[in-house]
Write a protein that binds this ligand. Structure first.
Ligand SMILES: Nc1ncnc2c1ncn2[C@@H]1O[C@H](COP(=O)(O)OP(=O)(O)OP(=O)(O)O)[C@@H](O)[C@H]1O
Ligand SMILES: [Mg+2]
Length: 391
């Protein structure tokens, strides 16, 4: 199609619009007549004019016209076009409109019919475009939620893997603990019992012969029994001190620290805020295990001369337990970041604390020693209570 100038386009549109608005008559006559000639003068054929006419209808006039009036609008637009392309009549009768030629009328009718089809197509195209737009939007949302789901899956895989690693480590640690208990029972307790048995056999023989020897042997056997009882007590205390359940955290820690100091030849001190007596069973077990691990490490690695355990209330209403030694320092970050290692003590302590909402902090300074601190948040009941309320 030859392109029309913007000016021609605008003028044709205005004429068409005013034809559609006008009642038939003089005004219509004036606006319609020049178009066929003008188009020809502008070098446009009837086909070019028809395409211009159709594009104005579809893109500019129909969208602003109510649907129920489309047929009427198309009919009148076709009429305008037929008049526009008919050759000018030699002398139109006064007061009447120009008479279009037959072929122009037929062409006008065809244009109206074609326009109706084109309008139908244009409307369904618009509908399709809207649907495509909606689908594109939905596809975008779907892609985003797919990305979100796969992110969640990746995170959950990571967590599962961490959990698996932790479970494996816990199983290994449990196995090690069982081995240790079984070895100690075999090497120490059962040896002591074998010794007692031998002594009893000797006593049986001596009972009828030598009363002085009998007395001495009974004393030795009693010592063996006492020693075995002590060892069994020690085991029981290490595994789960009854005093922890019966009397609470502070007495349990105090008694453990005293026997620890005596065994390791260390000076010990415990200073506690009295609120620690009311720490709930889960928290006191965690704190006791953390202290136990810290003390075991001190015996094994620190070469310290003194140990202090300090139990305090934190500024936020929670609790803080510090185990401080004056021994040799170590690289805390390297130990806590180590992966796949067999060292479980501090990692286990950290995990136990995190499981109840707490955290572990360790500071180790060459020349000063190590301070291991367990922080616990305030108990849930206290966190819910409004401030100022009495416990
Ligand atoms: N108080 C301490 N003084 C000096 N070094 C310490 C102290 N506590 C821990 N360490 C160092 O940190 C390392 C890690 O301790 P951790 O308790 O995690 O593992 P472990 O004692 O080696 O093994 P496990 O506790 O599993 O039997 C120790 O091997 C030790 O080198
Ligand atoms: Mg350890």
């Amino acid at each position: 199609m030859k392109s029309t100038t913007p000016l021609f386009h605008r003028r044709y549109k205005e004429a068409l619009r005013s034809h559609l608005l006008a009642v038939r008559g003089k005004k219509a006559h004036r606006t319609q007549l020049p178009w066929g000639r003008e188009a020809r003068a502008a070098g446009l054929g009837q086909g070019d004019l028809a395409r211009l006419h159709e594009s104005i209808l579809i893109t500019e006039l129909l969208p602003s016209c109510p649907r129920r009036r489309h047929t009427e609008l198309l009919r009148r637009a076709g009429e305008f076009f037929a008049l526009a392309i008919s050759p000018a009549p030699p002398s139109p009768p006064r007061g009447s409109g120009p008479a279009p030629s037959r072929s122009a009328l037929r062409l006008g009718l065809s244009i109206a019919a074609l326009s109706r089809h084109a309008v139908g197509h244009a409307l369904s195209n618009r509908e399709l475009a809207r649907k495509v737009e909606q689908l594109t939007l939905k596809a975008g949302q779907l892609r985003e939620s797919k990305r979100h789901v796969s992110r969640c899956l990746r995170e959950s895989d990571l967590l599962k893997e961490q959990l698996r690693r932790l479970s494996r480590r816990l199983l290994v640690a449990q196995e090690e603990e069982r081995k240790k208990v079984s070895r100690e029972l075999h090497d120490v307790v059962s040896q002591a019992l074998v010794g007692i048995n031998i002594r009893l056999a000797t006593l049986k023989q001596e009972a009828s012969l030598n009363t002085r020897g009998l007395h001495r042997n009974i004393s030795v056997t009693q010592k063996l029994v006492q020693r075995s009882a002590q060892i069994i007590h020690q085991f029981a205390r290490d595994l789960r001190p009854a005093v922890l359940d019966d009397l609470g955290l502070v007495p349990a820690l105090r008694s453990y620290l005293v026997s620890f100091g005596a065994r390791a030849g260390l000076q010990t001190r415990l200073s506690a805020y009295h609120g620690f007596q009311h720490v709930d069973p889960t928290r006191r077990t965690v704190l006791f295990r953390v202290a136990q691990e810290a003390l075991t490490n001190i015996i094994r690695y620190a070469r310290a001369s003194r140990v202090d355990i300090i139990l305090r209330k934190s500024a936020d209403g929670g609790f803080r337990m510090s185990v401080r030694d004056d021994g040799q320092a170590f690289n805390v970050e390297r130990v806590l970041q180590a992966r796949g290692g067999r060292r479980l003590g501090l990692l286990g302590a950290r995990e136990r604390l995190e499981m109840i909402g707490g955290r572990l902090h360790i500071e180790s300074t060459p020349g000063k020693g190590t301070i291991l601190t367990a922080h616990l948040p305030p108990p849930p009941a206290r966190r819910r209570r409004p401030s100022g309320a009495t416990p």
